[in-house]
Design a protein around this ligand. Structure first.
Ligand code: PEP
Length: 256
């Protein structure tokens, strides 16, 4: 069981128009009434176009829900058609941003260099990056999952100050478990989450390693979250599909 405040983040991916987003966030606010929200942080990551709607609903209802984006531009502003800057997200009250999700790496060619630039752009705007790392199936089958994941981690956090490293969130998401229904075992999740923390300890020392929240992501549901959260180095979950249902996501947030 983690000694840090658990974080449950819902990645809505490319789902829900603004009306559906409004309905989901309001319903989630209702469902979270049965959860002790002083003991867990709940975050949603809607599509960009839904963020304003989520902001208004969260503010109006004083809902215990933080929100953020699924991506961020590495650039500050200017001629980058289609991009959204950290400052724009911050102005919407966003607190978190996912960086380096495997779908960004796979479909948009985002490598370590881009991911690292986006992590830095998030910090420059006062946002907390949720850096996603994790191996594809072939790497796991070859027994290289830890090595592969740590290379992504080290590339993603290169050049951060200890103060920045202390507040980053890392999400370990084995690619073979994302959207497949195939969840990693608690032992698998613990092995890599602990390796991530050890790498942070080697790079930035005890204070950073003991503060950083390391999430597990990949087919998390209310039926498997408790056993994952029993592990010492699993500090929460990044949840895709199951975050689209308010009751289910609130149950995940209330694992304790
Ligand atoms: C994700 O999108 O980051 C994810 C973990 O998805 P799912 O929970 O659907 O596997």
């Amino acid at each position: 069981m983690t000694t840090r405040t658990p974080l449950m983040a819902g990645n809505w991916k490319m789902n829900l128009d603004w009306k559906q987003a409004l309905a989901l966030v309001e319903e989630l606010g209702e469902q979270l009434k049965s959860v002790d929200t002083t003991k867990v942080e709940t975050v949603v990551l809607p599509p960009f176009v839904d963020l304003r709607t989520v902001q208004v609903a969260v503010d109006a209802g004083k809902l215990p829900i933080a929100y953020g984006a699924q991506d961020i531009s590495e650039h500050e502003s200017g001629a980058y058609t289609g991009e959204v800057s950290g400052a724009m997200l911050k102005a919407l009250g966003a607190t978190y941003v996912a960086v380096g999700h495997s779908e960004r790496r796979q479909y948009h060619g985002e490598d370590e260099k881009v991911t690292n630039a986006k992590v830095k752009a998030a910090f420059a705007s006062g946002l907390v990056p949720i850096l996603c790392v994790g191996e594809p199936l072939e790497e796991r089958q070859a027994g290289k999952h830890v090595e592969y994941t740590l290379a992504q981690l080290e590339g993603g956090i290169e050049g951060l100050t200890a103060e920045q490293a202390k507040t980053i969130v890392i999400a370990y998401e084995p690619v073979w478990a994302i959207g497949t229904g195939e969840v990693a075992t608690p032992d698998d999740a613990q092995e890599v989450c602990a390796a991530i923390r050890d790498a942070l300890r080697a790079l930035h020392g005890d204070e950073v390693a003991d503060a950083v929240r390391v999430l597990y992501g990949g087919s998390v549901k209310s039926s498997n979250v408790a056993e994952l959260m029993e592990r010492a180095d699993v500090d929460g979950a990044l949840v895709g599909g199951a975050s689209l249902k308010a009751e289910e996501f609130a149950k995940i947030a209330g694992f304790q």
